[in-house]
Structure formats: structure tokens, C-alpha cells
Design a protein around this ligand. Structure first.
Ligand SMILES: Cc1cc2nc3c(=O)[nH]c(=O)nc-3n(C[C@H](O)[C@H](O)[C@H](O)COP(=O)(O)OP(=O)(O)OC[C@H]3O[C@@H](n4cnc5c(N)ncnc54)[C@H](O)[C@@H]3O)c2cc1C
Length: 291
């Protein structure tokens, strides 16, 4: 398929990219890896008048781990580089897993974690773990920089809080404390070539064998990745026995609001929410107890 004509810009700095966005208004779209954007353009769902590439902006690709401040993932850091980064694998294994479980090797070598979040698909593989870990996004626009907690970033399918002219420049993930464990679990009908039918990210903090804090996020079962507050209430303050974990999975299943679509029936998604929440809680608990 031939794409309709558009202007292509390759700014070398953030200021230049922001100016281009402002000059070209609503018809301008940012391009990171293009693995979502170009698919939409190919299908005629988006017809940008101009495309502004981010990959020539020095520094945006940086991944930095600081033992005092945590992890910073730059806007153009590739999924493959996040999945393979030794500090991320060591200190943030569930973040590495989210990136690794996204698509296939070809897509991971083009696509970015930031693009995955900005695209705001309810099924985005990188969202649940980052949400469970209380990540924030750094946003740069004409009026300066702001940081937004990721749990306030998604507005609906394909919609986020970025205002016109704003660019997500980095993702900040807090340090994991001792006694904390995180897990990412997902399932998709056709493995690596399909997006997740359900995905789950869980963070638990254990204190003297009971769960002192927990965050559970479910993907692909609501218009935006949703927090499973009822399931959290089941485990908070409790010893994480098999029985309690089972009950939390059922609570998550009951509060999820999936739809039926080409990837899965609502009924299957609900059943998988129970299974994946249970698996994620078990893995997060075991990691927390070992940390
Ligand atoms: C074959 C295939 C398989 C896939 N499998 C999966 C999968 O298993 N799981 C999954 O979650 N996704 C999957 N995807 C979707 C896609 O690959 C991911 O969402 C990827 O992370 C998008 O990153 P990108 O850099 O390519 O984003 P792009 O396509 O470049 O951008 C996506 C959107 O975000 C905007 N954007 C990008 N960066 C910024 C920024 N820094 N600031 C503001 N806006 C920005 C763009 O304007 C665009 O609207 C798949 C796609 C394909 C083609």
C-alpha cells in the first residue's frame, strides 16, 4: 500500500522538535520506532500532514540506573535494549520481562517503551508493570517540563494526557525497596505475533511474612490499564497463602470489565485475569521474600 504524502522532519534537538510540533499543529505526529504509527498510516487510520522523528535527538535513547534515584528510560530507548539491559534485568526483572514480552525481535529492535505507553493501547505490554511500580513520565512542552504519575497518563484507548506540542521525554521508575517484589504475566492467542489478550503487573511489599503494600494493574480488560483495587484489598495486610492469592485472583476477575473482540471473548479474558493475577502475586511474593 502506498502511503499518502507527508512531510518528514528529523530534528536534532528537543527544542527543534517542539517548535516543529507547534508550527505544524494537529496534523503533526511524532515518530519513535513507528511500529504503531506506520501501521495506522498503512491502514489509513491516520493521515498525518507531517511526521517528526525523535531518533536523531541525542540523549533521548539513554537508559540510566542510579542506585539512589532509580531507573530512567529515555523516550527512544528500544524495547530490545530495555529487555537486555543488565541493570534492568538485575534490579527491575519485571520491567525487562514487559519489554521482552512485547512483540517479536524485529519489532523490539525498532519500537520503544515510550511509544508503547504513548500509543495508549489498553493491552500495552509495558504498562501494567510500570503502573504497579508507581512509575512517572517526564513530559516536555512549550511551557516547560512536568512529571505525571503513569496512573494519571492514560485517558482512553489511544488517548493520553499529552497536550498539543508536548513530548514524553523519559520514564522514571522508583527504586525497589527490600521486601518488594514485582511480576509481569500475560497471555496472547498467537504468542509473539499477537498483542496480549490479558496482561497483569503486580508489586507486593512483604513485612514479616505479610503483605504490607500491593499494587495490581490489569491490561486489555478495560479502556485503560485498570487498577484492581478489590483484589488489592483481599491481600493487603494478609499472609500471602495460596488461599488468599486464589481469592485475590477471583476478586480481580470480578472487577475486570473486558469486552469480546477478535483476540478473545470477554469470558476467556475474565478467567485469564484470575489465573494471571494469581501467578503474578505468587511470583511477586517469592521475589519479595528473597530480596
Ligand atoms: C507485528 C507487531 C506486533 C506487535 N506486538 C505488540 C505486543 O506484543 N505488545 C504490545 O504492547 N505492542 C505490540 N505492538 C505495538 C508496538 O510495536 C508497540 O506499542 C511499540 O512499543 C510502539 O513503539 P514505537 O516506538 O514503535 O511507537 P511509534 O509507532 O513510533 O509511536 C506510537 C505512538 O506514540 C506517539 N509517540 C511515540 N513516542 C512519543 C513520545 N516520546 N512522546 C509523545 N508521543 C510519542 C506517536 O506519535 C504514536 O502516536 C506490535 C506491533 C506490531 C507491528
Amino acid at each position: 500500500m502506498t502511503l499518502p504524502k507527508f512531510e518528514y522532519f528529523a530534528p536534532q534537538s528537543l527544542d527543534e522538535a517542539q517548535q516543529l510540533l507547534l508550527d505544524h499543529g494537529e496534523g503533526a505526529h511524532l515518530l519513535a520506532g513507528g511500529t504503531d504509527l506506520l501501521v495506522k498510516m498503512n491502514h489509513g487510520l491516520l493521515k498525518p500532514a507531517s511526521v517528526i522523528a525523535l531518533k536523531h535527538i541525542k540523549g533521548l535513547e539513554t537508559i540510566k540506573y542510579d542506585p539512589k534515584e532509580g531507573l530512567k528510560i529515555g523516550a527512544t530507548a528500544l524495547l530490545a535494549d530495555v529487555a537486555a539491559h543488565p541493570d534492568i534485568r538485575k534490579h527491575y526483572p519485571a520491567v525487562a520481562a514487559g519489554a521482552h514480552e512485547t512483540a517479536n525481535v524485529q519489532i523490539r529492535n525498532m519500537g520503544t517503551v515510550a511509544g508503547n505507553l504513548c500509543n495508549a493501547a489498553p493491552s500495552a505490554d509495558n504498562a501494567p508493570t510500570l503502573l504497579a511500580m508507581n512509575a512517572e513520565v517526564e513530559i516536555s512542552g512549550a511551557s516547560g517540563e512536568r512529571r505525571v504519575p503513569l496512573d494519571q497518563f492514560f485517558k482512553g484507548p489511544g488517548q493520553n494526557v499529552l497536550a498539543s506540542g508536548e513530548i514524553l521525554t523519559a520514564i522514571h521508575v522508583p527504586l525497589t525497596g527490600s521486601g518488594e517484589g514485582v511480576s509481569y504475566q500475560h497471555i496472547s492467542a498467537r504468542g509473539k505475533v499477537d498483542i496480549s489478550a490479558v496482561c497483569v503487573g503486580v508489586m507486593v511489599r512483604m513485612a514479616e511474612n505479610s503483605c504490607s503494600d500491593v499494587r495490581i494493574f490489569l491490561g486489555a480488560v478495560a479502556p485503560v490499564p485498570m487498577r484492581a483495587v478489590k483484589a488489592e484489598a483481599v491481600v493487603r495486610g494478609k499472609e500471602l497463602t495460596g488461599e488468599i492469592i486464589e481469592a485475590a485472583g477471583i476478586a480481580a476477575m470480578e472487577e475486570s470489565q473486558p469486552i469480546t473482540d477478535v483476540r478473545s471473548s470477554a469470558d476467556y479474558r475474565k478467567k485469564m485475569v484470575a489465573v494471571l493475577t494469581r501467578r503474578a502475586l505468587m511470583e511477586a511474593r517469592d521475589r519479595a521474600l528473597k530480596s
